[in-house]
Structures are given as C-alpha cells and as structure tokens.
Design a protein around this ligand. Sequence first.
Ligand code: CP
Length: 300
Amino acid sequence: MNFRNRNFVSLHDFSKEEIEHVFKTADSIHEKKDICAGKILATLFYEPSTRTRLSFESAMHRLGGNVIGFTDIATTSVKKGETIADTGRSVECYSDIIVLRHPDDGAAKIMADYTKVPIINGGDGSHQHPTQTLLDMYTIRQELGKLKGLKIGICGDLKYGRTAHSLAEGLSLYNNEFIFASPEELKLPDYAKRKLDEKNIKYEEKRELKDTLDVDVLYMTRIQKERFHDPIEYERVKNNTILTKELGQKTNALIMHPLPRVNEIAYEIDEKQNAAYFRQMKYGVTVRMALISLLLGVVE
Ligand code: CP
C-alpha cells in the first residue's frame, strides 16, 4: 500500500483497507524510534484547538521530528490578505507535511490542490474532521475489539458537528447501525443521510437522548456555538442533549466524545470504566503518529 505524499483531506481519500492499514501501523508505531528525524510538520490553525494541534505536535516529537506553525492568524500574513493557496505554497517551502484547521468547509481541499507536500485536514468548518474519525474508530477497535456489527448512538449537534459527519461515514464502511439523537434544528444533514441510504445502512433519528442509551457506543458531541448565526437559537438548544449522572447509570455503552465538552456529559460519569473520552485522546497521538509516518513514507 502506498501512502507516500498523499493528502488526507476527507475520509474517503482512504479505502477501508487503507484505513485498516493505518490502524495496523498504529499498533506498533511506539516501537519505532526517531523515524521522522530531520522532517518538519507544520500546524496551521486558523481556528482554536487543544487536542488536534497538540496531539499532532506530540506525535511528531515522539517520532523524532520537528514542528513549526501558527495558532493565531492575526500574527501572520493571512491578516494582510494572503490566500489559503499561497499560504500553503509558502509553508511547503519550510516543511514536509502540513496540518490545516480552518473555519471554511473545503479549505483543506483548496490547500491540497495547490501544494506538493501532504495536507492533513485538521477540521474544515462544519464539513469533516477525518483524523478525529480515525482515532474514534481506533478507540472502538481497541476498546470493543471490533468495528462491525455495532449499534452506534451519535448525539448532540449533528448539523454543525463535523466529527459526527466523518464518524457516520467511517463506521458505515462496516455493517453497523446508527441512532442519531439531536434537537430537530440540529439533525443530521440530508447529504449525510443520503450517503447512508446509498449504502443501505440502517438508522433511526430520535429527539431525546434517553431513547439512545441501548447501544454499543454512545458518541456525545458539543453544540457548536461558534457556528450559530443567531445566539438566541443557540440558547434554545444548548442544554437539549446532556448525559446526566442518572442517564449515565442507565447505559453500558462505550461513552465517547471528541472533546472539548461544555456540559454534555456530567463529571460524575468520568470515573466509569465505560467512559472512554480521555483514553480516546491518547489513542489520537498513536493514530496521528501512524498517519504522519505513512504520508511521509518513512513506514509502509
Ligand atoms: N476533538 C477536537 O478536534 O478537539 P480540539 O478542537 O481541541 O482540537
């Protein structure tokens, strides 16, 4: 399988077999020392992030490579009007691989079209967050021992939540069924449902979290306040889908969340063995180490 110099902008850039190869590579990546020595990762973050940026940077350091980048476009020439394409063409002069987070849907695709080094999408608008999905799927594989034949509840902001869109696409490669729970205003977009219909994937839509607890995986998401045009609309739905201590006691599902959480999961649930969201973050470093190594061609 050849990953060298490819982009990872959308989940469907990789076949099911290639996704599984990333996971197999991840299984032993911590045994490989300094395989990215002399390589530079650039992290270009036009939007806030804790996990995605720091886990990519941690991954590159653990592989023996170096990191450059920015987290505040106010300090860059983006502020002077430089385009995504030109920023990409500039930063590739200084680095071997780029991770981009951007508020606009499709931004990573634009940068990938104009650059020769691999571009990794670290989240583009409400569109996709494909490396989050790789780590989410890896978490399920590690914690439940399989990726197929599962009932998956995806809950919260399914309209703006890019992690939900990517995850439904990734898990639909396997024989899984879904329950989507969200307020009416934040239900899964039609385009995402059409993709499931095309694959004959079984799914239900619910308005209440309490109807979504009998699942193997309960994937909670944050209401994406920053994507709302109307603050009153946000206020109306912000407390709609919350896994309270009481609801948490009624499920044995593997509880996941891409984080950050605002108030979607009660803190009392954190200590439960099936609360996987902080372990999920650790798996993220492992999977991102594998992805960087494959795209740089230092492993095959
Ligand atoms: N899960 C995730 O993308 O988190 P950050 O926004 O902190 O990167």
